[in-house]
Write a protein that binds this ligand. Sequence first.
Ligand SMILES: *Cc1c(COP(=O)(O)O)cnc(C)c1O
Length: 338
Amino acid sequence: MDLSRFPRRRYTAGATPLEPMPRFSQALGGPEIWIKRDDLLGLAPGGNKTRKLEFLVADALAQGADTLVTCGAPQSNHCRITLSAAVKEGLKCRFVIEERIPGSYDDEASGNHFLYRLLGVEALTVVPAGTDMAAAMQQVANELEAAGRKAYVIPGGGSNALGGLGYVVCAQELQQQFYEQGVRFDHVVVGSGSSGTHGGLLAGFLGNRIDIPITGIGVSRDPADQDPLVHREAQAVADLLGLSMTVARESVVSVGGYWQPKYSLPNARMVEAVQMLARTEAILLDPVYTGKVMAGLIGLVRQGHFKAGQRVLFLHTGGASALHACEPTLLGRVAVPD
Ligand SMILES: *Cc1c(COP(=O)(O)O)cnc(C)c1O
């Protein structure tokens, strides 16, 4: 598919690596597990939001914006990467932070919160759980407008049709790597949150006729709530591309049960997954997303869903900056639920 008609900024030089993980695969027993290193995307440090922002920021610049406004949780990777993009482009950046766990916002926190300050966020507003985030961001945009400035509002996770194009690019990049590296996959496993990654990748696979099933691992919702979101995102991306394609509801598959007790709160399977990847491949996952997603992949292998003789691709979406906000837990020094 020709994506050149969509304005795009470039924040990563070339393709992210597609690599086997022999020691991890051996430790797990069963299928051969590979990894797509989207944790190595650009923007201090990058992750899946980098791909979405290439299109979103290009749109902001085309509209003459001087400030990016976005939202997230207190340790949001999306906020950090949006701020990094703003810094690179000479724009200002403001956040609305949703305190999803009451009392969790700490202005002295490390991890991503420290990076917000180091990278120079212009302002951040903290609002309680359940706040209408779109309205809260619009209010910030209105205040900037009243001061003679121009805001560009980016939805949570950068997940709209335009942001989802970033994962159509990833699908095309993968297709090329499968061919060049001469490797075939039986399955792809990806985190499923605000849905731009899962939905965009699915639209890209369908549009490019890449016939490999994608399993999303929910990081904040079980399938009954997550799948409709992903389906809507995949269809919106397909429509923006002009594909005249109806995304089949059955092509959206996610797995729940790995994100509990709550979005962003640790569990024992996440800690096991983060330690296992660190100690077999020296690859850093994160406590909020990829640790739980990898716990899901490990669970699916142990249940016999992915088997010996198959090849499974794990899409690493980044997030390691948040490790530092939860060090004792990740070293097993704090009791966490299963
Ligand atoms: C945001 C994020 C996700 C989830 O991606 P969505 O596109 O929001 O579904 C996964 N992993 C990391 C590290 C993230 O920051």
